[in-house]
Design a protein around this ligand. Structure first.
Ligand code: ZN
Length: 645
């Protein structure tokens, strides 16, 4: 059957955009991947997620150009004499998907202004970007921007520019090899080269990937005999122990395997996760790094850039492996660590977040190398990379909720209210509408609308925690669901077919540093709700920096039955409002019992090491309220467990 060719043109602010393009498969000789990204704008956020992207657009993401000189008219990426390194591309890497997913004409015009400059200023030799930038690394990010822009707009200038650029780079790499950041982050450029190869079939592109691999750092090798099993400081801090580099490096094996087809490359990423998880994992789902490996103490920090780059790596890892556990992990980060590091209105962000974050202030802390501003919420605490890079998380996550399957169906990778339009087997256009308040609620309602009855698979992720999951198609229960896998439903779909997914969320506990526990429910991690006193730490017009002091005690241990935690925890649901990721707006409260642990005190302006559990406490039993980690800007997440009499 003839493949569906999108002919619909959508008009926005005077620009014509093609409707979503078909998902492109890996060409020979690349390994076929179980899942493939749908072109940007195939998935549109709805419900609370759309509202969250709007919060982002109404916050710093939609105003940063007017506020921050590094992204102002003097940027080298607009032809000015100002900042000419990574900040412009970082910003666009989030602005482009945000603008197009919201279909916001102001943001689209703004993104277009930047992209147009790069597209219209390629030099005769093929180089792109500001002349004064001689580092390959910022171009890696700009290439990711261009691929997204091409998918959203069909702009015919993008592919020829990329072809000329990679030919230029191939001719230069011997005299001007990868250096520093580019050595550690080559895999992020490899993605764009594979993207282009799949569209043009030019074999010389694969040679460029091989060249990058040859000059770059092969991350999985670091984990064969992992040397960094605790916090690193001083001279131990190198580009190899750098948190954000590690987050970007997670996807290396998944990308390189597509070139080599050697299963060992794919297997290596599992070892990489095992090592990082054992020695550096934090309850929010991301490894510590403040700015370098910082161990498992929940008072250590995790950088915002690491949060978002880990998400982006996971999106690619899920596509390459088809392993639902990585999608569980993606949700854990997207719904916990990500919102936690922003103010509720997304006008302020932290550089470093802590799982046990009981004081936000300008003060020295036991970071591996970060400065005293690092956990303030504000404009550019500690360093401006996160301000430039903070925009990509929500929009790329939204764009990855659904992917194409290898067998020409669709897969629900992560759950959130959304609508996806794509072509499936036989070239049939289909729209799927997903209505839900997940992750705050357990019910997901999916309506399938193919243009005509069509046989194709829909893969539904059954999260690892969802042991009581149920799925019905048009009222009939689906058998054989297995938590931690994708469940394929292959059938003839007709317009209006309904899938009802229920993912019951029983409270459960996970174990952390010093045998502490975190309470989890569904994809959300819960933290102690602490009274928050917000004061300005830097009184700057429009975007002050905020300190947050606790107005209620935080040093509680929990009293719970670890084997059956739901018996000691009551769940209270609240209405989903404008700011679900705020203490007062938390849509779910968990009520538990605890006792204070007087010896657990502030040390170096952070919660001291969690006392080894179980702990003894003679303090009175009190009720404690837990709210989602992402809503608690002050929080205790890893709790001691109080020994029961
Ligand atoms: Zn950063």
């Amino acid at each position: 059957m003839k493949p569906f060719t999108p002919v619909l043109l959508l008009s926005c602010c005077g620009i014509l955009f093609a409707a979503p393009q078909p998902a492109v498969k890996n060409r020979d000789p690349l390994a076929p991947t179980p899942y493939r990204f749908l072109p940007l704008t195939s998935v549109r956020p709805q419900g609370w997620l759309k509202q969250q992207l709007q919060v982002q657009a109404d916050g710093l993401s939609g105003h940063v150009e007017q506020i921050w000189k590094d992204l102002g008219p003097d940027s080298g990426w607009l032809g000015g004499a100002g900042e000419s390194w990574e900040r412009g591309p970082y910003y666009l890497d989030g602005l482009v998907p945000l603008a197009f997913l919201l279909d916001d004409p102001v943001l689209i015009a703004r993104a277009k202004k930047w992209v147009d400059w790069t597209l219209s200023h390629q030099r005769p030799d093929g180089a792109i970007g500001p002349v004064k930038n001689i580092d390959w690394w910022p171009n890696f990010v700009m290439l990711k921007v261009l691929t997204q822009y091409q998918e959203a707009t069909g702009d015919a200038r993008v592919i020829p520019l990329m072809e000329r650029y990679f030919a230029y780079q191939a001719s230069r790499l011997d005299q001007q090899p990868l250096k520093q950041w580019a050595i550690m982050r080559w895999q992020d450029e490899a993605l764009s080269i594979l993207w282009l190869y799949n569209r043009t079939g030019r074999q010389d592109l694969l040679n460029v990937v091989r060249k990058l691999h040859g000059q770059g750092f092969y991350w999985p090798d670091q984990f064969k005999d992992f040397a960094f099993t605790g916090k690193v400081t001083g001279k131990e801090c190198t580009l190899q122990t750098h948190g954000v580099n590690n987050s970007q490096g997670l996807k290396t094996g998944a990308i390189w395997w597509q070139v080599t087809k050697d299963r060992a490359d794919l297997d290596a990423l599992y070892r990489q996760f095992r090592m990082l998880d054992r020695y550096h994992l934090q309850p929010g789902g991301v490894h510590s790094g403040d700015e370098h490996y910082a161990g498992v103490d929940p008072s250590q920090g995790t950088e915002l850039c690491s949060v978002l780059e880990t998400m982006y790596s996971l999106e690619h890892i899920v596509a390459a492996t088809g392993d639902a556990a990585f999608a569980d992990r993606l949700e854990r980060i997207a719904y916990n660590s990500q919102p936690a590091t922003f103010t509720k209105d997304m006008w302020g962000h932290q550089y470093d977040q802590q799982a046990n974050q009981v004081l936000v202030s300008r003060a020295k802390r036991s970071w591996s190398s970060n400065g005293p501003d690092s956990n303030l919420f504000g404009l550019e605490p500690n360093f401006g990379c996160c301000l430039a890079n903070m925009h990509q998380g929500w929009p790329k996550f939204a764009a990855s909720l659904w992917m194409a399957t290898q067998d020409d169906g669709l897969a629900a990778i992560a759950y959130a209210p959304s609508e996806v339009t794509a072509t499936v087997r036989g070239g049939v256009p289909v729209t799927i509408v997903e209505r839900t308040d997940y992750p705050f609620r357990q019910d997901i309602h999916v309506t399938v609308n193919p243009r005509q009855p069509a046989a194709f698979p829909i893969d539904l992720r059954i999260p690892g925690w969802a042991s009581a999951a149920s799925v019905k198609v048009n009222g009939t229960a689906v058998a054989g669901l297995k938590p931690g896998t994708f469940h394929k439903i292959e059938r003839l779909w007709r317009q209006g077919d309904k899938i009802e997914i229920v993912l019951p969320m029983d409270a459960r506990v996970s174990h952390w540093y010093h045998n502490s526990v975190a309470v989890e429910r569904g994809p959300l991690v819960y933290s102690l709700q602490i009274g928050e006193q917000w004061t300005k730490a830097t009184d700057r017009p429009q975007v002050p920096d905020w300190a947050v002091e606790p107005t209620t005690p935080w040093n509680y241990g929990l009293l719970l039955d670890e084997a059956n935690p739901k018996t000691s925890i009551q769940v209270e649901e609240r209405a989903l409002g404008a700011y679900p990721f705020s203490s007062e707006g938390a849509p779910v409260l968990l009520k538990a019992k605890g006792r204070r642990v007087p010896e657990w005190k502030l040390v170096d302006n952070s919660a001291g090491p969690v006392p080894q559990s179980p702990v003894l406490s003679g303090e009175p039993v009190e009720g404690v309220v837990l709210i989602p980690y992402g809503a608690a800007k002050l929080r205790v997440t890893a709790f001691p467990v109080v020994k029961r009499e």
